[in-house]
Design a protein around this ligand. Structure first.
Ligand SMILES: [Mn+2]
Length: 341
């Protein structure tokens, strides 16, 4: 279905599970919202947007992510109430995972016992909840929370609007990526009407780069590796680059997505050596190559155009193994003339 075929303000009738989720929310009092590790704008915005909606309903709600949370998100309402230590589940508490493809996306230890609602938009979602609302057409988890608020009949407060607009702006790369469609703009317009300030949010998220992150970006751009006639670009962030830059456990925000923006590049890959010496890999595609499948081959997951994996093996070995998998996959993709899945 194309965007123009979708009816109304949203994506048509919601699936039955949305009604079931609304019922569970109405019938219970205590909630734990769970976001993934190294939360991005969509994770924090959608979780805190839901936090705002549940609070407004008079619920007793907590929000947990293992973090770490980047400083520039400090403008988000309720961020200061975030729990970053594993919480004990209260009897009868409903656990709502948002923007998490599987348990491991949170961390390797946290596997709570209880009734679990899973709200997500990742292609690779494992349907691990008692109720699973996975809509891969949604541009962001934030869009799903907006639609959930509509289904609950809850008005959107200015605080919730700020959180949810941030979520959608972040996951669409500022309304640029291929997940951006008519509903994205309709939702964004409704959130602005409810009190979100687009320019202030964009400045907070996109114009707050730390000088040392910019330094790292410069080093990466000077040493790019091209393969497949420039259709693949990759590079790696080793610990020594961080040490030169003054040390920071984050890779520069959006760097892997920016590499995709080079003319002729179809897939960008950025390896990251973690402080423990393991390997994280970010994968981005302009659309022809499904990097969600590629990430799953590496033990991760994500979206068609944006995905990643965390390989808990010594860095050099993990990078070499991942490069083998990536090269074999791309050789197959690029050998076919038509769009490949
Ligand atoms: Mn997301």
């Amino acid at each position: 279905m194309t965007a123009s075929e979708k009816s109304g303000n949203g994506r048509g009738a919601e699936p039955p599970v949305v009604g079931e989720i609304c019922e569970v929310i109405r019938r219970h009092q205590e909630f734990l919202i769970v976001g993934h590790g190294r939360p991005d704008g969509d994770c924090l915005g959608s979780c805190l947007g839901l936090y705002a909606v549940l609070r407004q309903m008079g619920k007793d709600v907590r929000f947990f992510t293992p973090g770490p949370i980047q400083d520039f998100f400090s403008f988000l309402p309720y961020l200061g109430e975030t729990i970053t230590e594993h919480p004990a589940i209260r009897p009868g508490e409903i656990i709502i995972y948002v923007d998490c493809g599987d348990f491991e996306r949170v961390d390797e230890v946290f596997k709570p016992e209880g009734f679990i609602i899973n709200i997500d938009h990742h292609l690779s979602n494992a349907f691990f909840g008692n109720l699973n609302w996975v809509d891969t057409e949604a541009c962001a988890a934030g869009e799903l929370i907006y639609r959930l608020a509509l289904a609950l009949g809850e008005p959107i407060s200015p605080e919730a609007a700020t959180c949810l607009f941030t979520a959608i702006m972040a996951d669409t790369g500022g309304f640029r990526f291929s997940n951006t469609d008519r509903v994205t703009f309709e939702t964004a317009a409704a959130l602005v009407a409810a009190g979100a300030n687009p320019a202030a949010i964009a400045e907070a998220v996109f114009e707050n780069r730390k000088p040392r992150a910019v330094y790292i970006t410069g080093v990466i751009y000077q040493t790019l590796k091209y393969e497949f006639d420039g259709r693949l670009v990759w590079n790696e962030l080793r610990r020594d680059i961080y040490e030169l830059a003054g040390g920071d456990e984050y890779e520069p925000e959006g760097l892997c997505s920016d590499l995709r923006g080079i003319a002729g590049v179809e897939v960008s890959v950025l390896f990251h050596e973690t402080p423990d010496g393991w390997c994280r890999v970010g994968l981005r595609s302009k659309g022809r190559v499904n990097v969600s499948r590629l990430a799953q081959m590496l033990g991760g997951g994500g979206h068609h155009n944006a995905s990643g994996a965390y390989i808990k093996q010594p860095y050099d070995q993990a990078r070499d193994r991942a490069l083998d998998v990536i090269r074999a996959y791309l050789a197959e993709c690029f050998s076919t003339a038509s769009p490949v899945a």
